[in-house]
Design a protein around this ligand. Sequence first.
Ligand code: NAD
Length: 485
Amino acid sequence: MLVQQIYIHGRYADCASGQTYEDINPANNRLLTNVQLAGLDDLEKAVKSALEGFKIWSAMTGTQRAKILMNAVRILRERNDELAELETQDTGKPIQETIAVDVASGADCIEYFAGVAPTIRGYHVDLGNAFGYTRREPLGVCAGIGAWNYPIQIACWKSAMALACGNSLIYKPAPSTPLTTFKLAEIFTEAGLPDGVFNVLTGDAEVGSGLASHRNIEKVSLTGSTATGRKVLEAAAGTIKHVTMELGGKSPLIIFEDADIDNAVSAAMMANFYSGGEICTNGTRVFVHESIKEKFVKQLVERTLKLNVGDPMDPETQVGALISLDHMEKVLDYINKGVESGARLLCGGNRVQVAGCEDGAFVEPTIFDECTNDMLICQDEIFGPVLSLLTFKDESEVIKTANDTEYGLAAGVFTQDIKRGHRVIAKLEAGTCWINNYNLNPIELTIGGYKQSGIGHENGPEAINFYTQVKSVYVELGDVDCPYE
Ligand code: NAD
């Protein structure tokens, strides 16, 4: 079996230690491939290469950079199905999702920022007998650290923003899902990206923390849990690095009495069972108005029971495997704790045995009713297919309870009343909000968390603020007005 090497300076390389670890397919618990484990020596090589790459890349015009990024977009789209298959094997996500969304969303983001690259500019201001202008400059070598739930998408998103702004990027995928990121590195090289502009290191906390603390790395962008975010911030503090933190969530989805119930049920299911519930923005606390509760819950349970849990490679499968058996145990433990704390299990709650995937990490889509916001299942990020139902009577009460969490990543509201929709959204402490839909993330709209869900923004026009720095230049046209004469 081939061993997955690391990727430095436009080609594969062996890591210094020669150590490897196993990358497992969570749908059958079988070995996919052995992966080399990068260490701090490899990090030094990657930084040296990224500094060289940065010199060439940052000297190009935005239009030149855009052409290369667009080449990468074309190749990504051509290889969509092959990459989707690899992603499904590495993550356990249903192939119908990875084919339709994961690679496509990555390519869309690179396309969007290829369009942005030639437009990055400063401004000019007249100052009497002087003028001023600003330069928006790249930061230098940036580091990206990714989570395992959307591996190719996160790698594309972070590289799109960093590279469009003229930076080089050293990217560390999550250890359990590195494979498609290496394909992205190959694609960038094929597209004409100068060597060193996109390097990939494997590894976990040691390399991650090495990236966050390195004196020649100007920025670190993490997509991961809030606990890891705290550690990365500590590691980055020593060099006062620029940081972007895309962290965890425990988001509310509020269904008012005038909501279109069919659509609200669809959204609640998408907000909890899509991608096996392993989505940071998921609306895992579903608040339903007491007057429509019975009708809503009946439909929700009926439709959830029909979901097809199965082999992720089967195009009919709607809910695939979780990321690992360990993670499955964690999710099942939360379900037990939900029962112990008095929540009523309406459906699901068990591991699923899937024919042909007997050792896979499958959990039934699970719905709890009679939840209260102080229960562990309503405060902790479970990151699995577990939906908690809460009942409310009035608007101010539900806003207060919805905001009663340390997180602030996302929120959704279902109502036909346009005034109420906007009024409630304005009071919710969340970075991404939906009215009458859930979990759509077009690249044009920026994302970022409130409270302990993050710092900074990705995607949309705001993103360039986090991958460039601004230099103000004052130009004198007259004499120096010196008070010392
Ligand atoms: P994680 O925090 O365990 O790991 C994320 C990344 O950080 C991995 O690459 C990991 O190797 C690395 N890492 C771990 N310890 C580190 C350290 N001390 N220093 C530097 N790097 C370190 O997260 P995960 O389990 O891979 O992913 C799930 C989490 O990611 C969830 O909390 C989810 O909400 C979050 N997430 C957030 C977003 C968002 O946009 N806000 C998107 C996807 C996932």
